[in-house]
Design a protein around this ligand. Structure first.
Ligand code: SF4
Ligand code: SF4
Length: 197
């Protein structure tokens, strides 16, 4: 029949149009901000600094090696290394950043900083409601604003965080076993006592 294809096409279009209003599977929008769609586990936005323990500053995993700063394509990470080591949350002496800033108005969410960090210290956050009224520095985040707990990391990326915890625990156990197996240091002989004149 002449025009049969056109009629079929229009019927399909009408079906899709009406379905987009009535089929719950196809309602892709929600009443934001009252409603929010759940985020996928691999959602990423801007980086944050992971800390362990209860004190965000003492527990930062970052040792200020500055690799991420060098590798960041738009150069939006700014680090000043502290001159002295400080105890971390386990009491081990570590270098820490005196300054660690990220200008998230420049960050392009590439995740390169995360991939190059040898200490699992920087991860991608999922926070996206970051707009504010401060034109000068409102999106320049310092280490206190960037620090978020390992629990937060587990909450937003549970698979990755569990794998990282297991790897760090295995590395720690290996280092402890190696230290135990190492021969005890030989004590230095006492200096000879000078005979009285
Ligand atoms: S976040 Fe990682 S790569 Fe960047 S300075 Fe800290 S330890 Fe180094
Ligand atoms: S996500 Fe990319 S652009 Fe953003 S701070 Fe990390 S390396 Fe730089």
């Amino acid at each position: 029949m002449l025009g049969e294809g056109i009629i079929k096409g229009m019927a399909q279009t009408a079906k899709n149009f009406l379905g987009s209003y009535s089929d719950p599977e196809r309602l892709v929008t929600v009443q934001y901000p009252e409603e929010r769609l759940p985020l996928k586990e691999n959602t990423r936005n801007f980086p944050f600094l992971v800390y362990d323990g209860a004190d965000p500053m003492a527990g930062l995993r970052c040792v200020a090696c500055q690799i991420c700063e060098k590798e960041c394509p738009p150069q939006c990470i700014y680090i000043i290394k502290d001159t002295a080591k400080k105890p971390d949350y386990m009491g081990k002496m570590q270098f820490q950043p005196k300054v660690f800033d990220i200008d998230i108005s420049v960050c392009m969410s590439c995740q390169i900083c995360v991939e190059v960090c040898p200490f699992e210290a920087i991860k991608m956050d999922t926070e996206y409601e970051l707009s504010n009224h401060d034109r000068f520095g409102g999106l320049l985040l310092d280490k206190r604003e960037l620090a978020k707990s390992n629990e937060h990391y587990h909450k937003i990326h549970p698979t990755d965080a569990t794998e990282v915890d297991a790897r760090l625990a295995a590395e720690k156990a290996k280092a402890e076993a190696k230290a135990k197996a190492a021969p005890a240091p030989v004590p230095k002989p006492a200096p000879p006592v000078k005979a009285a004149a």
